[in-house]
Design a protein around this ligand. Structure first.
Ligand code: AP5
Ligand code: MG
Length: 190
């Protein structure tokens, strides 16, 4: 079982690189952001709750996200492994993921952290905002997403460093170059 956490700031390329990973390693993909956006589109209770947080660039509360992740993970049973994209984002989520996987006799295989400087992140997200229709791709919300990442999410790197699972990758360059760096890490896992 290959359980890959793809980690990084907003706009670092988690979704883009996940698409390549799915194909090469035949993995299931869970993007908590995509799940929430689909709930919002369908006007569900969860979608309505998430909308406010997402448009302000804040995190949806841990208990809501952890419950949602557990439900989605159940639907991926029988896969070769899972790419976790945009989850975990807090220490509580990281601990919950370890717990959920260990109940299945599994663990996180590696955490790929895509490192991209802030001006580049802002540039990518503003460009995408011109057509994405995402309520969070505007300068004000991008700035709060970056603050939330720096304050609440990036401390998780220490957590994974301690367990020897953190692989920091330069996330700047062409999509293929970056994917080459990621593949090298995965191919070298024992
Ligand atoms: P989420 O959907 O996870 O968004 P995000 O983390 O802010 O990141 P993005 O999806 O915007 O960026 P990405 O890293 O996937 O980059 P991408 O490949 O798209 O979360 C959204 C919101 O949902 C959160 O703010 C929160 O409210 C809520 N949420 C989600 N998960 C949660 C959780 N676990 N807990 C609590 N709340 C949660 O690339 C970005 C752009 O750059 C694209 O246009 C792409 O084409 C371009 N690009 C990609 N690679 C390159 C490259 N190498 N060079 C140039 N451009 C590139
Ligand atoms: Mg994404």
């Amino acid at each position: 079982m290959l359980n890959v956490v793809i980690f990084g700031a907003p706009g670092s390329g988690k979704g883009t690189q996940s698409e390549n990973l799915i194909k090469k390693y035949n993995l299931a993909h869970i993007s908590t952001g995509d799940v929430l956006r689909s709930e919002m589109k369908n006007g569900t209770k969860l979608g309505k709750l998430a909308e406010d947080y997402i448009s302000k660039g804040q995190l949806v509360p841990d208990d809501v996200i952890i419950g949602m992740l557990a439900d989605v993970l159940e639907t991926k049973k029988g896969s070769n492994g899972v790419i976790f994209d945009g989850f975990p984002r807090t220490l509580a989520q990281g601990e919950a993921l370890d717990q959920m996987l260990s109940e299945k006799g599994q663990s996180v295989s590696t955490v790929i952290s895509l490192e991209v400087d802030e001006p580049e992140l802002i540039d990518r997200l503003l460009k995408r905002g011109q057509q994405s229709g995402r309520s969070d791709d505007n300068l004000e919300t991008i700035k709060s997403r970056l603050d939330v990442y720096n304050n609440q999410t990036s401390p998780l790197k220490e957590y994974y460093k301690t367990s020897g699972k953190l692989a920091s990758i330069k996330g700047v360059g062409t999509v293929d170059e970056i994917f080459g760096r990621i593949s090298e890490v995965i191919d070298n896992l024992k």
